[in-house]
Write a protein of this length. Sequence first.
Length: 165
Amino acid sequence: MNSTVKAGLILGVAAEVWVYFMGLAGWYTDPVLMNLFWVVILIHIGVLVWALRLTREQKSYGQQVGAGTLISVIGSAIIFFGSILFTAVVFPNYFAEVRAAGESVMREQGMAEADITAQLDAMAAMQTTFMQALSGCIGTIVTGVLASLVIAIFYKKKPEGQPAG
């Protein structure tokens, strides 16, 4: 199996394992612990560094950026379908529980009822299975492109006549 495809599969599976771990632990309902979701970015960067390091002698900067982007696209497909499964099947009350946790935090902060309602209503449009999955998919691709642009600076084929570093 091609190392780019393998890395994309690893990215998607590793990110989903982390998300499902958070779900099973119930962390997504805790206003503080739900921030640990962002560990998926560290997983993503770790996979990209590992994969681009493997091909550093064969690929130019542009090829490395392309490989990192393709890894992210492959991973994002797994993340998209994993997210749909997460919110529609495994945790069907996910959005109601997240909404309740957010409402609780806003009440503790002393927000007025009208402000709480307005804020929750504004967030509701994004709190659907499809929109959550699409956001994860797009976020994975954008993160992959941006991270690859930086990582590839350090892990690219050296020009002829220059010693590998």
